[in-house]
Design a protein around this ligand. Structure first.
Ligand SMILES: C[S@@+](CC[C@H](N)C(=O)[O-])C[C@H]1O[C@@H](n2cnc3c(N)ncnc32)[C@H](O)[C@@H]1O
Length: 205
């Protein structure tokens, strides 16, 4: 393999997105983790088709873990759920909730920042990376998606979900285009209440 064939460790796109200035406040993080949300959005049902027991998954922009805890149930104690957020207070809420439910064994909370997810050690290992309601908050969306993609193992999936209305179909199409530029293959995405969704698979060949 020549140098030019070697996959770059540095994401190509380093353009800061000026639209994404607003971070979800911690009080909304609490609301997002409310059990009432399960009435319209059941993370276990949505995510079960993409997760096996014992696998490694990543919940990017996890906040207080509405999806992370169901992922922990799905992978079981022998699996790993790497939970990333830029706000320590969100991770503190996640840790409390995971302990209360006895799911902290599989949960790995990690503080990251807008410059990077810090997933080098997970490269090529994740069966699923979820990005629920986070891409529109990232300063460098293309870099974020590149890191999510790098974490996937061959055949692994990236699920992008954005709030309908808050994110326009045009902006959503831009995010999904960035994922296809990375070589990910679009697949039929699960429906999520009041959301725009896109699912991608990492090629196996
Ligand atoms: C609107 S909340 C969504 C939380 C959760 N995924 C859900 O759907 O309930 C977005 C979360 O992403 C986090 N976030 C924003 N930018 C991020 C980034 N670049 N990397 C990781 N997390 C980020 C925020 O701190 C916030 O907790």
């Amino acid at each position: 393999m020549s140098d030019s064939d070697t996959p770059s460790r540095q994401p190509a796109a380093e353009v800061e997105d000026p639209r994404n200035r607003h971070l979800c406040p911690v009080w909304i993080g609490r609301l997002l983790a409310s059990p009432f949300r399960r009435i319209v959005e059941d993370p276990g049902k949505i995510l079960a088709p993409f997760v096996s027991r014992g696998s490694t998954v990543v919940d990017a922009g996890c906040a207080m873990g509405f999806h992370s805890l169901d992922l922990a149930r799905l992978v079981g104690p022998e699996g790993r759920v790497i939970c990333l957020d830029v706000q320590q207070k969100m991770l503190d809420g996640l840790i409390k909730r995971a302990r209360r439910k006895g799911l902290d064994g599989a949960i790995e909370p990690r503080l990251c920042d807008q410059n990077g997810l810090g997933l080098d050690d997970v490269e090529g290992q994740a069966e699923l990376v979820t990005a629920f309601n986070v891409v529109h908050e990232t300063s460098f969306p293309e870099r974020f998606l590149h890191e999510c993609s790098d974490a996937l193992k061959p055949g692994g999936r990236l699920l992008i979900v954005e709030p309908r209305g808050h994110v326009t179909p045009g902006d959503f199409a831009e995010s999904t285009a960035a994922a296809t530029v990375l070589g990910l293959i679009p697949e039929p995405a699960p429906k999520v209440f009041k959301s725009l969704t896109a699912l991608f698979a990492k090629p196996t060949g």
